[in-house]
Design a protein. Structure first.
Lengths: 151, 180
C-alpha cells in the first residue's frame, strides 16, 4: 500500500517540473492572462500559450511579460506575434479577404437554414389537405350525429 | 428530384473539403515573413563568443539560414544533406537555437560543419523574431536580404531540387547559371 502511495506521490510530483515561474508584476497580471488565452501555441496547436508547456510557449510567455512591462499595448503585443507567426497564432483572427469565410460562414449557413426552413413550411402549407364540398357536408353531418347520439 | 440532389451535393462538397484536408499538414504554418527583410539581430558567433554576427553578414547572391540545435533529432537527419550542399558551394548560415555552446561546437567537430558561421541564440529571442517554432527550419534569402522561402522540417536532396533550386535560379541575375 505504501508503495502505491509513494508511486502516486511521484507521479504527482512530475507535474511540478512544468510549473515554471514567470513573475508578472501584479498590475499586469489580468492583461497577461487574457493575452495568453488569446494566443495559440504553434508547437501544440490546439493549446493556448497559457495552457502549453512547450519550451517555445515558455519563451513567448516571457516575451509577453517583458513587452507588458515595457509598456506595450495589448494590440502591439498581438501585432508582434502575428508579424512573426502569422494570423494563425491569434485565436480571434482579423477580418481579411481570406478569413472572410471564417467570419461570415456561420451566418451564411444560418441564413441558408432559415430560408430552407421557411421554404419547407411554405411548401407544407400549400399541401395542406383540402376537403371537397361534399366531404365537408358529410363530416358536418357525422359530427352532428355523434353529438345527438351521445345525448 | 431536388430532394435527392441537394443532400448529395452537400455531401460531395463536404467530402471534397475533407479529402483536401487529408493531404494538408496542419503543423506547416505559412510564414508571414516571406517577402520581408531578414530580422535585424546581433548575436555572438557560436565558435567565438567575442565575435558578433548580424544580418549584414548574410550578404551574398543568396544564402540559406538554417535553424539547428544539438537537442533536435531531425537536425541530425538533415545534417548530411546540408554538408553536401555546403560542399557544392551553397552558403549556409546557422542559427544555433537554445543550445549549449560546448555541445554545439562538439557536434560540428564530430559530424562536420556545413555552416559559413553559426549565430549562437541561447535565449531563443532572435529565433522568435524569425518566427521559428520548431527546428530544423531553413530560410532562403536573396541578395537584398529578403526572405524568399522557408522550409519547416528536414532538408532533403529532393526538397532542395523542388523547392529551393527553382527559386534560386529565378533570383540569379544570369538565367543560364544554375546552382544545382
Amino acid at each position: 500500500m505504501n508503495k502505491i502511495i509513494a508511486l502516486f506521490v511521484c507521479l504527482l510530483a512530475t507535474q511540478l517540473v512544468y510549473a515554471e515561474i514567470i513573475n508578472v508584476q501584479p498590475q499586469y497580471e489580468d492583461r497577461y492572462q487574457s493575452l495568453l488565452e488569446e494566443l495559440r501555441c504553434l508547437v501544440c496547436q490546439n493549446q493556448t500559450l497559457a495552457d502549453s508547456s512547450s519550451e517555445l510557449a515558455t519563451d513567448l510567455r516571457v516575451q509577453v511579460k517583458d513587452m507588458l512591462e515595457q509598456g506595450s499595448s495589448d494590440q502591439q503585443i498581438l501585432d508582434f506575434m502575428s508579424a512573426r507567426y502569422g494570423d494563425f497564432v491569434l485565436y480571434t483572427p482579423p477580418v481579411k479577404s481570406h478569413t472572410l469565410f471564417l467570419w461570415l460562414g456561420p451566418f451564411a449557413l444560418l441564413l441558408i437554414g432559415v430560408v430552407t426552413a421557411l421554404w419547407m413550411i411554405a411548401q407544407r402549407a400549400k399541401q395542406a389537405p383540402t376537403i371537397s364540398e361534399a366531404d365537408q357536408q358529410r363530416l358536418h353531418n357525422l359530427l352532428a350525429d355523434q353529438d345527438t347520439g351521445e345525448k | 428530384m431536388l430532394r435527392a440532389i441537394i443532400p448529395a451535393a452537400l455531401f460531395i462538397v463536404l467530402a471534397g473539403f475533407l479529402w483536401i484536408g487529408l493531404y494538408k499538414d496542419p503543423s506547416l504554418v505559412p510564414s508571414p515573413l516571406i517577402g520581408k527583410p531578414v530580422p535585424e539581430f546581433t548575436l555572438s558567433t557560436l565558435k567565438d563568443p567575442t565575435k558578433n554576427i548580424t544580418q549584414a553578414d548574410f550578404a551574398a547572391d543568396y544564402a540559406l539560414i538554417n535553424v539547428w540545435a544539438t537537442w533536435c533529432v531531425a537536425c541530425k537527419q538533415e545534417h548530411q544533406a546540408l554538408l553536401n550542399l555546403a560542399a557544392q558551394g551553397v552558403p549556409i548560415f546557422g542559427l544555433n537555437y537554445k543550445d549549449d555552446r560546448q555541445s554545439a561546437i562538439q557536434w560540428l567537430l564530430e559530424d562536420g560543419d556545413p555552416y559559413v558561421m553559426s549565430a549562437f541564440d541561447e535565449s531563443g529571442r532572435v529565433a522568435i523574431d524569425f518566427g521559428v517554432y520548431g527546428a530544423p527550419e531553413t530560410f532562403l534569402i536573396d541578395r537584398q536580404g529578403i526572405i524568399q522561402h522557408k522550409l519547416i522540417g528536414v532538408m532533403t536532396p529532393v526538397i532542395w531540387q523542388n523547392q529551393f533550386v527553382p527559386k534560386i535560379n529565378q533570383l540569379a541575375a544570369a538565367p543560364t547559371q544554375s546552382y544545382e
